[in-house]
Design a protein around this ligand. Structure first.
Ligand code: SF4
Ligand code: SF4
Length: 260
């Protein structure tokens, strides 16, 4: 996958002056993520290193690639690339999925966070929802529903901007989703494997960019709530920003859930 440059991106910091793609590759090679096993780290490093090699082939500036790593755009692109690979030979979970238009029990966010998203995703989600500020939102349907959902049609009003966690969640049993939304714990719904790659790659980007720039994560529920309340992007992202430990803990939980 070819990385892109972002002309409008802000400067990272003076610390990235003279940064090369070889520097980034060395940083990725040295990076460590606490609580994530060697096999998973090696896999994430291989994917991210391939991304850097592709950037080098296309002559892209290291600073722009570092910005993509910092914002979460790199994790987003690579998570999609893994998903595309999965879809070439779809597993049962995909072929037998019960997911359908207007089936939205998975959009009832039983945990307050609603899921971890990157800065790249948070800005996209905010931008998609901002025009709908002060209109009825998902919480008019269910108090814990994602604010992005349409309370009448139960479809996502930010479909094209929905985060990776929404694109990766799948179930072969809508009744299990409904019971989970009611606070029970039912098997049958979960995240495709590409979501774990996305999370670990984002954590790897943070470890690799340590000392150069901050790599943040955000609450999806708080981002959507800020947007539909009419808050601007900066205020929304400030309120939705996680403590640094949340990304590490989310990775560890995802690794345990995936059994890798
Ligand atoms: S994950 Fe569950 S609730 Fe969501 S669309 Fe699929 S079947 Fe419906
Ligand atoms: S962003 Fe859209 S798909 Fe994701 S939880 Fe909210 S309503 Fe559902």
């Amino acid at each position: 996958m070819k990385p892109t440059t972002t002309r409008t991106a802000k400067r990272l910091s003076k610390k990235d002056a003279g940064l090369t793609l070889d520097d980034l590759a060395a940083r990725v090679s040295r990076a460590r993520i606490k609580g994530v096993g060697a096999e998973m780290q090696t896999r994430a490093k291989r994917i991210l290193t391939s991304y850097l090699q592709t950037a080098a082939t296309h002559g892209l500036p290291a600073r722009d690639i570092a910005r993509e790593m910092a914002s979460g755009q790199a994790a987003w692109r690579l998570g999609h690339a893994v998903r595309d690979e999965i879809m070439k030979a779809p597993p049962d979970a995909v072929r037998k999925a019960a997911c359908a238009h207007g089936c939205a029990f998975c959009c009832i966010l039983t945990e307050d966070e609603g899921g971890l998203i990157t800065a790249f995703e948070a800005k996209q989600l905010h931008s998609a929802l901002a025009p709908m500020a002060d209109t009825p939102d998902g919480r008019d349907w269910h108090p814990k529903a994602c604010p992005a959902i349409d309370p009448d049609t139960r479809t996502c009003r930010a479909y094209d901007a929905r985060p990776m966690i929404c694109r990766s969640f799948i179930s072969m049993d809508a009744r299990a989703c409904k019971r989970n939304a009611m606070g029970e714990t039912e098997e049958g719904a979960g995240l495709l494997g590409n979501h774990l790659d996305y999370l670990v790659i984002h954590a790897l980007c943070r470890a690799a960019l340590k000392g150069i720039t901050m790599v943040q994560s955000y609450s999806m529920a708080a981002t959507a709530a800020g947007a539909v309340a009419g808050q601007d992007s900066d205020a929304t992202l400030t309120a939705a920003r996680h403590a640094p430990s949340v990304l590490d803990q989310t990775c560890r939980d995802a690794v345990i859930a995936a059994g890798v």
